[in-house]
Write a protein that binds this ligand. Structure first.
Ligand SMILES: C[S@@+](CC[C@H](N)C(=O)[O-])C[C@H]1O[C@@H](n2cnc3c(N)ncnc32)[C@H](O)[C@@H]1O
Length: 290
């Protein structure tokens, strides 16, 4: 039996907003992209896929059947499918029932149903999964949904699930300083983004590092990739315009509040440049100690 989901606000948000990500990414990548030399800043999907590749590279996991990866907050499984295409076996977790159904259907359609499993499980208490069962774990723009600035509940659970020597990679927005030290404009903007995406609070760098250390992680590395991500953020107004046009043409006056909140928060990210001294996008990697 699958566990009943918790985090009702997050579930409600994604039950309504998930389908809109199809406009953002035909492959259903529900995250920002990574621009590296050789990619075009005008082509979004390759940048979104590159984010998956950057995460995979930092995981450095062997492509063996006994070296399964864990996707913490998998959406409808785009990153998990990407890992599977590269030869990995992946278990994805989400607390949104419709995402589980959609992800399983997309996995089957891609012929990856054997390599990717998707479970309805809270990543802070994944009771269905055995301790030490994973060679690597990653979370792309999902760790922000765990509670607190240090995301301790999530870090504790990943520490249980990873085998010693296993790697953890997180791609997400982080406060560079405690939010209480932010200026009013930056605080107001980031708070509005958090609310629109049903996030209690983004993580704060030092609090997160502290949680990792406390739960036995070492070789902790924070890489500021804000500028690599910026090119894909610049696509948001164009995608939002398509969303609004589509909504207007469909005459769907009663568009659900969560869908407006999603598009509102996405649009606000285009102003995030003003928060650069306090907030950034990071790739965090760490190794589970013995
Ligand atoms: C922005 S989406 C990112 C999805 C995916 N990582 C991607 O990049 O396409 C955030 C995801 O986090 C998941 N999530 C939030 N809180 C969670 C929790 N407590 N346990 C498991 N998943 C969670 C949501 O269900 C959603 O799938």
């Amino acid at each position: 039996m699958e566990e009943a989901p918790r985090g009702a606000d997050v579930v409600a948000h994604y039950e309504h907003a998930t389908e809109d990500y199809e406009l953002w990414s035909p492959g259903y990548n529900m995250h920002f992209g990574y621009l590296r030399r050789g990619l075009s800043p005008f082509r979004r999907e390759p940048m979104l896929e590159e984010m998956n590749r950057q995460v995979r590279r930092r995981l450095g996991a062997p492509r063996r059947d006994d070296a399964r990866l864990l996707d913490l907050g998998c959406g409808v499984g785009a990153s998990a499918r990407s890992m599977a295409r590269a030869g990995h076996r992946v278990t994805g977790l989400t607390i949104v029932p419709s995402q589980v159904r959609r992800a399983r259907a997309l996995n089957e359609r891609a012929g990856l149903g054997e390599r990717v499993e998707v479970l309805l499980q809270d990543y802070t208490r994944a009771d269905a999964l055995a301790a030490g069962g994973f060679a690597g774990a990653y979370s792309i723009e999902s760790a922000c949904y765990a509670r607190g600035l240090g995301k301790r509940d999530l870090v504790r659970e990943v520490s249980r699930l990873l085998r010693p020597g296993g790697r953890l990679v997180i791609a997400d927005g982080f406060y560079r300083v405690p939010p209480s030290r932010l200026g009013r404009t930056a605080r107001g903007l980031l708070r509005a983004i958090e609310r629109g995406w049903a996030v209690e609070s983004f993580a704060e760098r030092e609090a997160f590092r502290g949680a990792l250390e406390e739960h036995g992680f070492r070789d902790i590395r924070f890489e500021d990739v804000s500028w690599n991500v910026a090119a894909s953020v610049a696509h948001v107004p164009f995608v939002s315009a398509r969303f609004l046009l589509r909504a207007a043409l469909a005459g769907r006056r009663g568009l659900h509040r969560e869908r407006w909140r999603n598009v509102g928060s996405s649009l606000l990210t285009t102003l995030i440049g003003v928060t650069v001294p306090w907030f950034g996008y990071f790739l965090v990697s760490a190794t589970r100690g013995p």
